[in-house]
Design a protein around this ligand. Structure first.
Ligand SMILES: Cc1ncc(COP(=O)(O)O)c(C=O)c1O
Length: 409
């Protein structure tokens, strides 16, 4: 046997700030599960963990594609009929200046490719705080310093325009807008989209409009539904990539199907789009047979969405009532997606709060510091996908925990 000295292989230093709190908490949950307890998972945004089913005609389309031999590599940008269906979807979203569309392995890959194709070392992209952690992870991976702008809890979690202006530098290349938002569940008004477009025009920014939850809009407290407004529809001239996908609206997160819709002035986005295509070719293609489900999903029956929104509305209302009646908790009512981001008034960190909550009550939520938040504030994110009975049990456990550990304020 050759004599070797085992030396530790260190991970790249630039990964030090990569956090994915949603999954990191799993270690604490594992401890509790090993002790024989069942953990109520209010932490992962996967509807298929709960009482939501993929529409059968979508499954049939992917299955048929496999049986028909669509099992080789696909064209790098995506298969023709899927691209046409995504163009149709862009038209329904009133996006009139589409310059390009492409299919990726989930919106996660769209985010990675589009950011990688844009930023040079020393440049930056404005990301929201709190944010969906993938954005900061991709930027860390690229060695790009984070430049986060605040979402304003006192203004329904809308982007804080003054903070965006403060954070802009001559080297800022783009801005991420997640609408409807994860983790806050907020929805942007048309006026807010117009104001962001104005900033993008003045500073020549690319807007990354993450609209993966665009069909999951919930009624407000009066029962009124505000239709989702695509950023690219409000600002057809602004260079924009709209991110969309199948994971949430069509209940197939495990298929890993997403897409990007490039819009704006043709000459302005040409070189950048070519850069994206270089990366699309380098990674060969997105999942092939599943792409044949995109057209039936976008153009076929949408009945499942009625049922999904009905369940989400009832669960959102239950969540909101609980937030309003529980000492130390306050919450901006979610208007879309399936997340609530309550504020909690406690004398210790929200990370300790969620870890102890898992250990003592076996309920798993994610701490606000895992998404970023204003210093001095504490929050946690609830995924309100479970049925009403499960949520009621979970909320009773959280309320007990708060009372026992902190008193009722
Ligand atoms: C805002 C946001 N963007 C992107 C994603 C990633 O989606 P996909 O499953 O398409 O990779 C998620 C997943 O939770 C998300 O919440």
């Amino acid at each position: 046997m050759p004599v070797t000295q085992a030396r530790e292989i260190s991970a790249a230093k630039r990964l030090e700030n990569v956090r994915y709190a949603i999954r990191d908490l799993a270690c604490v949950a594992d401890e509790v599960i090993k002790q024989g307890h069942k953990v109520l998972p209010l932490n992962v945004g996967d509807p298929l963990n709960f009482d939501f089913q993929t529409p059968p005609h979508i499954i049939e389309a992917a299955y048929k594609a496999m049986r028909d031999g669509k099992n080789g590599y696909a064209p790098s940008p995506g298969v023709h009929e899927a691209l046409e269906a995504i163009r149709g979807e862009a038209a329904r979203k009133d996006i009139t200046t589409v310059q390009d569309v492409f299919v990726t392995s989930g919106v996660s890959e769209t985010v990675d490719l589009c950011i990688s194709a844009l930023v040079n070392p020393g440049e930056d992209i404005l990301t929201p705080s709190p944010d969906y952690p993938l954005y900061s992870a991709v930027l860390c991976k690229l060695g790009i310093a984070l430049n986060a702008y605040d979402l304003n809890e006192d203004d329904a979690w809308h982007p804080e325009l003054a903070d965006i202006e403060r954070k802009l530098t001559p080297r800022t290349r783009g801005i991420v807008l997640i609408n409807p938002n994860n983790p806050t569940g907020s929805l942007c008004s048309r006026q807010m989209l117009e104001q962001i477009a104005e900033i993008a025009r003045r500073h020549n920014l690319v807007v990354f409009a993450d609209e993966i939850y665009d069909k999951l809009i919930l009624p407000d407290s009066n029962g009124d539904v505000t239709p989702h407004i695509a950023f690219a529809a409000v600002a057809p001239d602004v260079p924009c990539i709209t991110f969309g996908g199948m994971s949430k609206n069509y209940l197939v997160p495990g298929w890993r199907i997403g897409w990007g819709i490039v819009s704006g002035d043709a000459a302005a986005v040409k070189a950048y789009t070519e850069g994206i295509h270089r990366l699309l070719r380098a990674r060969l293609c997105a999942n092939h047979p599943e792409q044949y489900a995109i057209k039936p999903a976008l153009e076929g029956p949408q009945d499942h969405l009625i049922e999904v929104r009905r369940k989400l509305r009832s669960r959102r209302d239950l969540t909101q009532r609980w937030c309003e009646s529980t000492p130390r908790i306050s919450c901006v009512a979610p208007r879309g997606a399936f997340y609530a981001f309550p504020r909690i008034d406690i004398p210790e960190s929200d990370e300790i709060f969620v870890k102890e909550l898992i250990r003592q009550k076996h309920v798993m939520v994610v701490h606000g510091s895992g998404f970023g938040q204003k210093p001095g504030t504490q929050h946690f994110r609830i995924v309100f996908l479970p049925d009403e009975k499960t949520l009621t049990t979970a909320y009773a456990g959280i309320a007990d925990f708060i009372r026992q550990r902190y008193g009722s304020a």
